[in-house]
Design a protein. Structure first.
Length: 320
């Protein structure tokens, strides 16, 4: 049950926000909200910007440079973020240029502004409202596969990769994820929170000794008590991969762990037929075609039934 930009606009803190461009992108998924303090494209990498984020900014550093504002909007769209909400227009940014509005419409990326010449609208109100709404929806619905494939479908072709899938899953599940091959060599990881620095080498050495084989193990790692759950990846093109779900204080939800493995399996089956995990690459089809294949099943009706049913049918037919 995904949260969309359209839903967020009905929250109390955003009722006075004005949608000035990108109305055709209102069904973009929302999984988090962040403040964009330094809106320079060169500094906004995958480590800083997550997919499906609502971004709040006053654009102070580029307030008089429309070209940079347009570059920023394109970049945020290509990163798979949800929308941009601009604060304090008329105070810092004099006005929103028509070129920026036209671009938002062209790329179908929602561009919103808070009421002009007002300093009494706070970032904290929007952050609290959106986060509480997301949490409430997630408590009602634990069907992770639909939600994640909707989110991935909005990424640009060059952003669709195992690394970004792991990142989206990690943010959604609020846990650390580690993908390995059969020899327990790391193929990718996403830490939760992002600033966490895990000793993956030490963890993998423990895992090689069978600490979490096909189940959940409790370990002491880096002075922390952690739970590590192993889920095999059933992929048509990659054999005997493992997804390790790492949490602190409490074991992860078994159903979510299984669904997370399903998401990685599906992404591997659609895009990856070699050992490339850190770049978006489509094998046997163009990136745009692969992206369209997901969007056909994800964008409408709020569910990914077409893709999910096809995936489940394929999975039942795979050899053990």
């Amino acid at each position: 049950m995904k949260v969309t930009v359209s839903e967020c606009l009905r929250l109390p803190s955003l009722r006075e926000a004005m949608l000035i461009g990108g109305a055709k992108g209102l069904e973009r998924s929302v999984s988090s909200v962040s403040v964009l303090e330094w809106p320079e494209v060169e500094l906004l990498s995958d480590d800083v910007i997550a997919g499906n984020e609502v971004l709040l900014s006053a654009l102070i550093q580029i307030k008089g440079d429309v070209e940079k504002q347009c570059r920023l909007l394109r970049h945020l769209c290509s990163m798979g973020t949800s929308c941009l909400i601009v604060y304090y227009v008329g105070v810092f940014v004099p006005e929103i240029d028509e070129r920026l509005i036209s671009l938002a419409d062209e790329i179908r990326y929602p561009l919103l502004v808070m009421p002009y010449n007002r300093m009494d609208f706070r970032y904290a109100d929007v952050i609290t409202d959106i986060v509480e709404h997301i949490y409430s929806k997630r408590m009602q619905e634990k069907y992770l596969l639909t939600d994640m494939m909707n989110s991935i479908s909005y990424l640009e072709p060059n952003q669709i990769s195992i690394a970004n899938a792991l990142r989206l899953l990690s943010d959604r599940m609020r846990c650390t994820l580690l993908l390995t091959n059969r020899y327990m060599d790391s193929l990718g990881a996403a830490a939760w929170p992002r600033s966490m620095r895990w000793d993956y080498d030490a963890l993998l050495q423990r895992l090689k000794n069978g600490s979490a084989a096909s189940g959940t193990a409790e370990l002491e790692l880096d002075g922390k008590h952690v739970y590590v759950t192993d889920r095999p990846i059933n992929s048509e093109v990659h054999r005997k991969l493992h997804l390790f779900v790492i949490t602190e204080d409490r074991p992860p939800d078994n159903s979510l762990c299984t669904q997370a493995a399903d998401v990685i399996s599906l992404v591997l089956n659609i895009w990856s037929k070699d050992s490339t995990y850190d770049r978006g690459r489509a094998y046997g089809q163009s990136g745009a075609d692969a992206r369209a294949r997901l969007k056909d099943g994800c964008q409408d009706r709020g569910h990914t039934y077409d893709v999910v049913l096809q995936y489940k049918a394929q999975r039942r037919a795979w050899p053990p």
